[in-house]
Design a binder for this molecule. Structure first.
Ligand SMILES: Nc1nc2c(c(=O)[nH]1)N[C@H]1C(S)=C(S)[C@@H](COP(=O)(O)OP(=O)(O)OC[C@H]3O[C@@H](n4cnc5c(=O)[nH]c(N)nc54)[C@H](O)[C@@H]3O)O[C@H]1N2
Ligand SMILES: Nc1nc2c(c(=O)[nH]1)N[C@H]1C(S)=C(S)[C@@H](COP(=O)(O)OP(=O)(O)OC[C@H]3O[C@@H](n4cnc5c(=O)[nH]c(N)nc54)[C@H](O)[C@@H]3O)O[C@H]1N2
Ligand SMILES: [Mo]
Length: 761
């Protein structure tokens, strides 16, 4: 291919501007920031009308995150600053037209920053990039569907096709998408979950028989202790701060476990309550455990050791509901405190104090996110946290349970309705019974294995239902190679991103409706459904006029591809277009296929939707190999950097949504501009003869292979010695493709060993 595209965001030519970290999250500044963002992107009237519908009964689900809304009430503005940014970003008035692509070649576009690409506005008509062409040109929807069908039909085998999904996709679209892949004959359904909470899914399924959390929002009101581990709710789940604030009002203590003191956990002002805004903010976290990156397994091991030693365990719960306690007890009877202290960075004394607090707790909730799931030993760590819950009987009890806090607003729903590269025998049977489609029984590719297949030439057509696989995955340059090896890449998207530019020989951009927009099909306006982090399924209906008359809905796009394919290969006839005329029909089919959706269409029309069944939470039953909740033991493992190497975590700034960059600001952390920064402990900088503001290169060495990323600015920050932090996706090129978590195969985005060298020029 002649195109010279650049897969990684370009370097920045100005040093960062930094100030003090913020002492409180949300409050008036957040409201101002929300309004500024909403108005500049989508115009005053549009922004007010879209904000007034977000997360309201009958409105649309906020595309910001998967945190649930209160079951019985909605406050005046059940949204947060960052949810509002996500809404405004989609509801923007700016548009990308065909002329845009005539003016800018793909190679030239890759020279632009991610912020610039996103700021160009909504995609408005289907576009095609032909082999050896430098510019996307318009294509009709039908020709686009035919092109996809022709490319798919000529593959040697269905497993040469890959169907990626990002977690904003509705249940209806996701369900049809996985049916399409399976009807075509493959389980190649990698999704963003593979890079996100996959470790939680594997760990929890094995420990408690369900890959989801076991608490409801109301449990926060009766918890007496809440751990927030490896999570930055002030930025990524701001509405969770409200739940934490209410929990504290009811007497709960909150302990945050994080290498950084994240602002939301320090002080929080509730943006929905003007009186509190005026005050100095409530302190959310009662205790901060300043853990080393990847020190959590050691920390929880030490904690559980003390709990057992001091007799802080619920023998009755353990004998009735769990399996494996005796072995576990024997294994943790003696621990190496030197190891625990050096790996976690937390003293034995502090762990013993926290064990006292946990031991006296009647109802513990443990919340976690990416700081826990993106390490080599993530599954092991999560199972150790579950052990803490099993010791005290903190599962299936009011005010207690485990709470993996999901990211993308429907990532959990996508999994529930069948987006999974591993099709369980039950799912295979159910799909056969309800649709006649024979699902293959081999494992498909997850996100990492999909990349390997494309690199080896075994994956030839890559289709993405949303997302930005190129920038979200580890090892950006290798992913670019994977993309370039494809015959065809297809992106169903709302906004322009780097993946649209780093493509297969041919490529298609298929622009779709977003959450905020009306979705009109032949039987009238449609709504979709989503599942939040606590297993509640509810409806989402956009009320705004679509950005362009040429947009199609995600379900209609799947039906279009399927119909074009049906005329070329033998495939079960599902009546795809019939299903899409009225989404109730898709939901009826989901009800027939997926357990827990009885009376889907009527229950989802109830005000707050409905809870999916959750047996550990509802009746303390566990669908595991032993039919009990399992204690699992794993040896402590840790990152072992050499002297002068650092353990790097790649995290989100306040002004981004995953790979979508809104601005260079990370307000709460005091970064006023600049994303190519390395947060380093001042002492480490000094000892390595490095200075704040200095330009450095980062080098990761893994299995003998060196990866280098140039021109980063050093910023001194309150972070444990030996640890550094950079932003995702800029630093992804340093994360080796083969560096993944045991069992879940998730890229180790929070555990990368790197060296820092002064930049040459
Ligand atoms: N505004 C906004 N909202 C979002 C997103 C967004 O990009 N922007 N993304 C959405 C998605 S998909 C997701 S998955 C979530 C992500 O939500 P988070 O998981 O909160 O996101 P990260 O920025 O990756 O933050 C990880 C946190 O873990 C800490 N950490 C890193 N390593 C460790 C460790 O080894 N141990 C411990 N204890 N802590 C560690 C970091 O300091 C950081 O505070 O947010 C969702 N919501
Ligand atoms: N280093 C590092 N890498 C990471 C992470 C990390 O913490 N560190 N986090 C990982 C995590 S948790 C996740 S979830 C992944 C995210 O991976 P992805 O989900 O693949 O990435 P996003 O950036 O969320 O995708 C953004 C794109 O989605 C499209 N989009 C937005 N809304 C819609 C919609 O309604 N429909 C459709 N069809 N398209 C839409 C837009 O075109 C936008 O450009 O990244 C992972 N990568
Ligand atoms: Mo995520």
């Amino acid at each position: 291919m002649s195109r010279e595209t650049i897969a990684t965001p370009p370097p920045e030519d100005k040093p960062p501007v930094t100030g003090n970290t913020s002492s409180s999250a949300a409050g008036a500044t957040a409201i101002i920031s929300t309004i500024k963002h909403g108005i500049s992107r989508s115009g005053i009237s549009k922004s007010i009308s879209s904000f007034s519908k977000v997360n309201k009964f009958g409105g649309f689900d906020c595309p910001g995150c998967a945190w649930p809304d209160p079951d019985d009430h909605r406050t005046i503005a059940e949204f947060c600053e960052n949810g509002a940014k996500a809404v405004a970003d989609e509801a923007t008035k700016k548009k990308i037209t065909a002329e845009f692509f005539t003016k800018h070649s793909v190679s030239a576009l890759t020279q632009k920053s991610d912020e610039w690409l996103n700021a160009q506005g909504r995609l408005t008509s289907p576009m095609m990039l032909d082999e050896d062409s430098e510019n996307y040109t318009t294509i009709s929807w039908q020709n686009a569907f035919d092109l996809i069908a022709v490319e798919l039909a000529q593959l040697n085998n269905p497993n040469e096709a890959i169907f990626y999904t990002s977690g904003r996709t509705s249940n209806e679209a996701a369900f049809l998408w996985q049916l399409l892949a399976r009807a075509f004959g493959t389980n190649n359904l990698p999704d963003c979950s593979n890079m996100c909470h996959e470790s939680s899914g594997f760990a929890l399924s094995d420990s408690i028989g369900i890959g989801k959390g076991t608490v409801k929002l109301e449990d926060f009101n009766s918890a007496d202790l809440i751990f927030v581990v490896g999570q930055n709710p002030g930025t990524n789940h701001p509405r969770m701060l409200t739940a934490l604030r209410d929990a504290k009002k009811n007497g709960a203590s909150v302990i945050s476990i994080n290498p950084l003191i994240e602002t939301g956990m320090k002080k929080f002002k509730h943006p929905q309550n003007p009186l509190e805004m005026l005050g100095s903010g409530k302190s959310i976290s009662d205790r901060h455990v300043r853990i080393n990156i990847n020190g959590d397994l050691a920390f929880f091991r030490g904690l559980n050791h003390v709990l057992i030693k001091k007799g802080y365990f619920d023998q009755e719960f353990i004998s009735t509901y769990t399996s494996g306690f005796e072995n576990y007890q024997t294994s943790v009877q003696t621990v190496d405190w030197n190891e625990i202290e050096s790996v976690s960075g937390i003293s034995r004394e502090e762990i013993e104090t926290i064990a006292e607090i946990v031991g006296n707790s009647k109802s513990l909730i443990t919340c976690w996110a990416m700081g826990i799931t993106q390490h080599h030993n993530s599954v092991e760590t999560i199972q150790e946290m579950v052990n803490t819950h099993l010791l005290g009987g903190h599962i299936g009890r009011k005010g207690a349970g485990v709470c993996p806090v999901r990211g993308h607003s429907n990532v959990q729903g996508d999994r529930t309705v069948g987006i999974n590269h591993i099709a369980s025998p039950k799912l295979i049977q159910n799909i056969l019974d309800s649709t006649g489609i024979r699902t293959p029984d081999n494992h498909g590719y997850d996100a990492v294995n999909a990349a390997r297949a494309m690199i080896e030439g075994k994956g030839k057509v890559f289709l993405a239902m949303g997302g930005n696989y190129l920038s979200a995955m580890s090892d950006t340059k290798l992913i670019a190679e994977a993309m370039n090896n494809c015959e065809l890449t297809v992106f169903v998207s709302t906004k322009l991103n780097r993946n649209h530019l780093v493509t297969g020989k041919k490529s298609l951009i298929l622009p779709c409706l977003g959450r905020t927009e009306m979705d009109y099909q032949s039987h009238g306006n449609q709504f979709v459904t989503v599942e939040n982090s606590m297993g509640i399924v509810h409806s989402s209906e956009g009320h705004m006029k679509p950005s362009s008359s040429d947009l199609m809905s995600e379900p209609a796009i799947v039906a279009g591809i399927a119909s074009a394919l049906e005329s070329r290969i033998e495939m079960s006839d599902l009546g795809w277009n019939y299903l899409v005329e009225d989404y109730d029909r898709i939901r009826d089919l989901i009800e027939q296929t997926i357990p827990g959706f009885k009376d889907y269409n009527s229950r989802v029309r109830e005000r707050s939707g409905f809870y999916l069944p959750n047996s550990p939470r509802d009746n303390l039953t566990f669908d595991t190999d032993t039919k009990k909740a399992n204690f699992r033991f794993h040896e402590i493992t840790s990152m072992k950097p050499n002297t002068s190497e650092f353990v790097m975590m790649t995290i989100r700034s306040h002004d981004q949504y995953n790979t979508t960059v809104y601005s260079g600001q990370d307000r709460y952390r005091g970064i006023k501009s600049g994303r190519r920064i390395v947060m380093i402990n001042p002492q480490d900088a000094k000892e390595n003869n490095l200075q704040a503001g200095e330009l450095v290169d980062l080098i990761s060495v893994f299995e003998g292979e060196k990866r280098q990323s140039s021109k980063w600015y050093l910023v001194e920050y309150d972070i444990p010695r030996g640890n550094i932090a950079t932003y995702f996706p800029e630093a992804n090129e340093l994360i080796p493709l083969n560096s993944t978590a045991n069992v879940s195969n998730t890229p180790t985005s929070k555990s990368v060993i790197v060296r820092i060298e002064k930049s040459q020029d």
